[in-house]
Design a protein around this ligand. Structure first.
Ligand code: MET
Length: 346
């Protein structure tokens, strides 16, 4: 089968076998790419129209007990200047986001045990009390199922937890031995069972990653059927063990966005900040490859440059309002439209 026929088949049946994915990931010509993105955009428009949903990202703490080899805020990076926002700061940030037109905030942090379950719940409840129509997404790592349940009952309805890689050996190449893909997947299942809209996803081009690993991720995600999928290129950070490793490529990341849109037509798919970091028009290209979400930074300006997950991260100097306006302009130029909506899974 040629690549166009394979893309037709993927659109029709929403899945391929291992060899089909391998062919798409390794042999697309420029013309095939255009065909993939045209189909991905058509599918995205069938489900979500021309809408692009905004998520305001609040990076509320860069303390972390973990030591992921790729991450700039890993515990052993003594050069990272640590900070925590207070619950009051976090709620104020969400309020600012609401005034700017955001109807989703994403509260993200390292795995910072200073924030107890009770504190997280209080923060969620405080935001909900101010704005019942604001969706709250948490991205605070691996927790007990009971904790996830408490946050959900407090009003958090979405959770992002990328698996990063589904392959156990590859997972071990990226993480210290205390962390396992089995536990990560258990967390994802727990979140789904509780009723969250769940986001998983991977980094593209991490050290040791092969196309076979990526295909394992595609097959895992097809089976798990997440509501959201976060896909971004790996970018090295100078103060990590992976400092000399090459970054993931724009091409691989865009191919995956297109493939995932055809595989999971209803998923919410962000054009990530990492994609915008490796290419000045990365996020626009992501939207034109099938993505329908962007996540402008809402963190207070003073802490942004401290939440350095990887080198060169964009949007660390701007105010929230500037990021919002900049994204709006960028999106308009793609022909898509920013909407002031929660942007729930359909
Ligand atoms: N620490 C969380 C996790 O592992 C949030 C993203 S990492 C900055 O998923």
């Amino acid at each position: 089968m040629n690549n166009k026929e394979l893309i037709d088949l993927l659109r029709q049946s929403q899945h391929l076998d291992h060899d089909g994915y391998k062919q798409l990931l390794t042999s697309l010509t420029k013309e095939d790419e255009d065909y993939l993105y045209k189909n991905a955009c058509a599918v995205r428009e069938e489900v979500y129209g021309k809408d692009v949903y905004l998520r305001g990202l609040i990076e509320f703490s860069n303390y972390c007990k973990n030591n992921c080899f790729y991450c700039g805020i890993r515990k052993d990076n003594l050069k990272a200047e640590r900070y925590r926002l207070t619950p009051g700061d976090i709620v104020a940030c969400a309020e600012k986001g609401y005034q700017l037109g955001f109807r989703t905030v994403v509260l993200q942090s390292g795995e910072d045990m200073w924030f107890s379950d009770e504190m997280i719940c209080e923060i969620v409840k405080a935001i909900k009390a101010l704005h019942p129509d604001m969706a709250i997404t948490l991205s605070i790592g691996e927790k007990e199922k009971d904790s996830y349940r408490k946050y959900f009952e407090a009003g958090a309805e979405r959770y992002l937890l990328r698996q990063e890689t589904s392959n156990p050996e590859h997972y071990r190449q990226l993480h210290p031995k205390e962390l396992s893909i089995a536990h990560r997947k258990q967390c994802l299942q727990d979140l789904k069972d509780i009723g969250y809209q769940v986001g998983c996803g991977i980094m593209v081009g991490t050290p040791g990653q092969t196309y076979d690993h990526i295909i394992e991720d595609l097959i895992y995600m097809k089976d798990f059927n997440p509501h959201m999928v976060g896909i971004g290129p790996f970018i090295p950070h100078a103060d990590t063990p992976f400092k000399d490793e090459p970054r993931g490529t724009l091409e691989d990341t865009l191919h995956l966005l297109g493939i995932i849109r055809l595989m999971l037509p209803h998923c919410l798919l962000p054009a990530t900040t990492a994609l915008g970091t490796i290419d000045p028009l990365g996020r626009e290209k992501g939207l034109l490859a099938g993505a329908n979400v962007v996540m402008p930074n809402l963190s207070p300006r003073g802490v942004r440059s401290k939440y350095m997950l990887y080198d060169g991260k964009i949007c660390t100097g701007e105010e929230a309002a500037e990021c919002h306006a900049c994204m709006e302009r960028r999106i308009k130029r793609t022909g898509y439209e920013v909407v002031e909506a929660r942007g729930d899974y359909r």
